[in-house]
Ligand binder design. Sequence first.
Ligand code: GLY
Length: 375
Amino acid sequence: MWKTAIDDAIAKTLKNIERFEGKFPHVSSNGTYELNENNDWTNGFWSGMLWLCYEYTQDERFRNAADQTVTSFHQRLKDHVVLDHHDIGFLYSLSSKAQWIVEKDEAARQLTLQAADLLMNRWCEPGGYIQAWGQKGDAKEGGRIIIDCLLNLPLLYWASEQTGNPSYMEAARIQAEKSRRYLVRGDDSSYHTFFFQLETGEPIGGATHQGYTNGSTWTRGQAWGVYGFALSYRYTKDKKFLEASKRLARYFLEHLPDDHVAYWDFNAPIENNTYRDSSASAIVAAGLLELLSLMEQQDPERLYFQEHLEKSMTSLVQKYATIGEEDAEGLLKHGSYYVHGGLSPDDYMIWGDYYYLEALMRLEKGIGGYWYEGK
Ligand code: GLY
């Protein structure tokens, strides 16, 4: 089943190279991807899909398209195009870092290190955290961390490995610990975002941006936590992060509906037309694969996570994927971007497509994405 799903995804991605004409897909409306010129937080996912397809097929058409995206990422960094946010990690891990991992391209490595420096510039004192959004020290945004940032940290961990400079690793480790302490709640659910007092670093409280309410659990935030804490454990070997990933994963899996694919927020009232977020389930599937690769062989929970992974992926492939719909642009239907903001509540999300493909390729061929080297 995984191979059929991969073949379908590869055929669609090849078609999309032509269709997108060098632009980057973001989210869809009415089944058509919104395209941009590499100026959004999501642009690395398209690059990552192209690198995955190239690794799987060795077809130069994917390599050439992926290489072109990296050229665009060089220019983006040079011109500092919409880079005043923490998602520099998503952008450069899946584009230039991927190129370095796949073909040891030195210019790509250098670009990725520059991107890591840019992310480090978002470190805020006295609070000691990476500011999520906006200009550094911004009156409204200066005190905000968000759970999504956990996926940006591998860029910093990797930069320490590459340069021997421990400061990137230290910043990432502190950010992960701060996320664990302030974003993860006692019942293993999570806040999307948390604020600190900008001037003193004192904690203020949790809130949401894309979730149902400030105290609810936004499904995708929980998903970023599952995968992100597992990756922090991989790099730091700090058992607290492995435990955090497992806690968030258990909560996620225990609150799924019968078809094993999440609604958009765990506290949203369930009615006939409540939106799903298939992208959150795709992130968790990829995250569970990472978690399983890190857990001890004799860990009694292995079977539990394995069974849930199988059920979620089967449901995504059989009920959410566009397999057989030849003209479909996206791979996964029923993702939601920002329900209360009225933005693409039931559409394709390019990160949903990316994580779905990453999970499939890891299941089928052990190709695990570009968050770390040496798989
Ligand atoms: N990182 C933004 C989102 O998940 O929508």
